[in-house]
Structures are given as C-alpha cells and as structure tokens.
Ligand binder design. Structure first.
Ligand code: CA
Length: 246
C-alpha cells in the first residue's frame, strides 16, 4: 500500500527528461526546503547554498544545469553574484532564474540586464517554479535537440535506437532499451517492480512483476562484457536502482 501512494506522488509526466542539477542560492531555509522536497521528488538533483560564498564554493565543485538565485543574500546581492557568474567563462552558460520578493518593474529589468534568464516573484508556487525551470532548461540545453542520453561511457541514441558503450554499439531488445532509457533518465533512485511496470511497460498491460526481473537480468547480461552491469543494482526487498558511474 505504501508503494502505491509513493507512486501516486511520482507521476511520469512530472519527471524531467534527464537528471538536471539545480543550485539554489537562498538564505531562507523554508524556501530552500520547499524547493528541495518538491523539485527533488520531480527527479532533479538539488544543491544548496545559503550565501554568495557558499554558492562560489559549490560552483567550483560542480557545474549545475541551472541556478535559482535569491535577490537578497546576507553577504552579497544576488544581482552582483549573477554578474560574477556571467563574467566567468566556466559558468557564463549556466541559466539563472532570480527569486525575488521585489515587485517593481525596474528591479526585474535590472535583474534581466545583469544576465539572469528569468525571474520569479515570491511567494511563488512550486508549479509555477517548475514550469519556469522547464522552459529555461528547454531553451538552454542543446542536448534536448540531438535526442541522446549520456551517462559516463553509456550513450543512448533515442532516434536511432542505438546503445553505445565507449562508442561501440551493442545490441539490445526493445524492452531492454526502454528499461535503459527509463533508468538513464531516473538514475540514483530506487523503483519497485510495480513502478517499473507502470513506467516502462505501461499501466494498460497486465504483466507479472517477475517479468521485470527477467528483463533486468537480460540487460545486465548485455552490459556485463563492458563492465557496466553493476550500474543496475538490486535493492533487496524493494526493487532496482540505476547508478551512474562517477
Ligand atoms: Ca534572501
């Protein structure tokens, strides 16, 4: 029963196409928490920073796909931080959405002039934020157009229906391909057999849960010669998880 309610929270349409990493720079904990829980359950990876210094540190460690930037930070203005990010060659391409409590038109224009891609006025709903994030990511992500999923050595060409490991094509059946596509867009999370049936096979078909195991086994067998089979992990008593090689 617990699994079922869990599933209800995770409708497939809510999931982004691939795992995007979002850095939120915000000193107000309730807002950080709201974003963390809501977007985290949408499949985004969330990194948090509470001020400009923390944001700079996080940016030096890893590049996010998008930054949510509070306007008023304790140590530096969000606007100044945006200017710095846009001046740096390593970070200038990262799209930024400003989170602002200010409602004056003048401030919004100033925000966009500094290089921010969009702004959202507090208080905002997660639905609104989600929609803005998706729109900004769609505009900024060139991968969205070539229709390929990439995770380390593994490449899934969604148009050609090819799986490549280290550039070498491997033959996989249609179900294994769909399974891999799902895993690559939903990595690092555990899914029960019932959830995998819903997402990969579709709810309309009646398929036994044991079928999932059969196809997981086949997928692992195909990945094994390339040493990628360990990416598909069994989580005892629950289901399976796809872990991306670091
Ligand atoms: Ca603030």
């Amino acid at each position: 029963m617990e699994l079922q309610s869990d599933y209800e929270l995770q409708k497939p349409s809510n999931f982004p196409m691939r795992t995007y990493r979002i850095l939120i720079v915000e000193d107000e904990k309730p807002i950080r928490d709201m974003v963390y829980f809501a977007l985290g359950s949408d499949g985004y990876e969330i990194i948090e920073a509470v001020d400009g210094r923390g944001a700079t540190e996080k940016l030096a460690q890893q590049t996010p796909h998008l930054i949510l930037m509070d306007w008023m930070l304790p140590d530096v203005s969000g606007l100044e931080l945006v200017r710095r990010i846009k001046r740096d060659d390593l970070t200038r391409e990262i799209p930024i959405i400003m989170l602002t409590a200010k409602t004056e038109e003048r401030d919004k224009i100033e925000g966009l002039d500094s290089g921010a891609d969009d702004y959202i006025t507090k208080p905002f709903s997660i639905k609104e934020l989600s929609a803005r994030i998706r729109a900004v990511l769609r505009r900024s992500d060139p991968n969205e157009h070539d229709n390929k999923l990439m995770h380390g050595r593994l490449v899934l060409d969604l148009d050609a229906h090819h799986v490549l490991i280290d550039g070498q094509q491997i033959e996989v059946g249609p179900t294994e391909f769909r399974l891999l596509e799902f895993f690559m867009t939903h990595s690092d999370k555990v899914y029960s057999r019932a959830q995998l049936l819903d997402f990969v096979w579709g709810r309309s078909k009646f398929v036994e849960e044991r079928t999932v195991d059969v196809h997981i086994l086949r997928l692992r067998k195909l990945l094994k010669p390339h040493d990628c089979h360990t990416m598909v992990q069994t989580v005892r008593g629950y289901g399976y998880r796809f872990v991306v090689e670091k």
